[in-house]
Design a binder for this molecule. Structure first.
Ligand SMILES: Nc1ncnc2c1ncn2[C@@H]1O[C@H](COP(=O)(O)OP(=O)(O)OP(=O)(O)O)[C@@H](O)[C@H]1O
Ligand SMILES: [Mg+2]
Length: 350
């Protein structure tokens, strides 16, 4: 439905998009996730046609639209800092852009009522924006994009100015609407939780480049780079050099050795970085059968998070491991503990 091929966009010395390649299938919701300034809005503006790329091509439904003006692309967009017209009612806010485009009065009005119904704002036609809550205003913003019945909807941080609880509600409303209408969507956010909850696919972006595209599970379970691993979810990154191959052993300082799953391409002396998620690390009370990856440490910090405990554990050689457990484990700062990093949970990053 949407395909970007090596989209490149510079602003002076800044490369906002650096050979961005992306494919979104029909009916799919892809989130573009990355830190501020990484080029997310620029990517969307290239797709709408508001920002012609310096290089690269854009296809929509198999058709090359790279040089097509925005109004010929049938792409709806909810802008990052959208503003409703304060002196116009909800009805007028949605109706006005249709009139400007020359749609006849009756058809335009019908569409506005239909769209308001879709975003559950029927009855609010004659309210002014200042009489609406933040979430209702967001929905008017959404209605302004949906009123064109776009096949493609681009949403640029549409929930960024809502509080946490309401964001969660709204995000599922948007997802539900997108699925029901069969719209293909790209959703920009820098909130990883939002991305994991909403997406069919996530594209992780940094400094103008896409680092990895995959399902939420793939991105979380098999991050390809250290950036992806640390950007999505909490992570411990352990570095070291390979000192043995069978089993694969990493020297991580102070005589500590980390055992990893066998991989045939690994060579002695090679430097590796390993990811282990805090909720995959365990405290051992009794060693039992475990032989590998047990380290003695001291609890440095304890944080109660309501549904789980979060610990920082000091290991020798200035290694600090973050551990998250359920509420049944209770340790205090200064306690001596044994942490276990299960071999199959230690993932080698490229
Ligand atoms: N019109 C412009 N003129 C000059 N530089 C620009 C322009 N638009 C964007 N940039 C620069 O391009 C880079 C990418 O900007 P973009 O708006 O795409 O980032 P973003 O990922 O959407 O960030 P945010 O999460 O803060 O919205 C930034 O360094 C930004 O300063
Ligand atoms: Mg932006």
């Amino acid at each position: 439905m949407i395909e970007l091929i090596k989209i490149t966009k510079r602003y002076g010395s800044i490369i906002a998009n650096d050979e961005v390649c992306l494919k979104v299938d029909k009916g799919e919701l892809l989130t573009l996730l990355g830190p501020s300034g990484c080029g997310k809005t620029t990517t969307l503006r290239c797709i709408t046609g508001h920002c012609p790329p310096d290089y690269g091509e854009i296809f929509i439904e198999g058709k090359n639209v790279t040089t097509l003006p925005p109004n010929k692309r049938k792409v709806g967009m909810v802008f990052q800092n959208f503003a409703l017209f304060p002196h116009m009612t909800v009805f007028e806010n949605i109706y006005f852009p249709l009139k400007i485009r020359g749609m006849n009065t009756k058809e335009a009005a019908d569409r506005v009522y239909e769209t308001l119904n879709l975003v559950q704002l029927s009855g609010y036609e004659s309210h002014y924006p200042r009489q609406l809550s933040g979430g209702q205003q967001q929905r008017v913003g959404l209605a302004r994009a949906l009123v064109y019945q776009p096949k493609i909807l681009l949403l640029d941080e549409p929930l960024s100015n809502l509080d946490a609880k309401f964001r969660e509600e709204m995000r599922f409303e948007i997802k539900e609407l997108q699925r029901r209408l069969g719209i293909t969507a790209i959703y920009v956010t820098h909130d990883q939780e939002e991305a994991l909850a909403l997406s069919d696919k996530i594209a992780i972006m940094k400094e103008g480049r896409i680092h990895q595209v995959g399902t939420p599970e793939e991105i979380f379970e098999k991050p390809k780079t250290i950036f992806v691993a640390t950007f999505i979810g909490l992570s411990n990154i352990i570095e070291g050099a390979v000192s043995a191959i069978d089993p694969v052993t990493l020297d991580i300082g102070s005589n500590l050795k980390l055992t990893l799953l066998y991989r045939k391409e690994i060579k002695i002396g090679e430097k590796l970085r390993v990811l282990i998620r805090p909720n995959d690390v365990e405290f051992l009370t009794d060693e039992g059968e475990e032989k590998h990856n047990i380290f003695e440490g001291t609890i440095a910090r304890v944080t109660y998070l309501g549904n789980k405990m979060d610990y920082l554990v000091d290991l020798p050689s200035r290694l600090v491991i973050r551990v998250q457990t359920d509420l049944t484990s209770r340790h205090n700062p200064g306690d001596k503990v044994k942490v276990h990093l299960p071999v199959n949970k230690c993932k080698i990053l490229s």
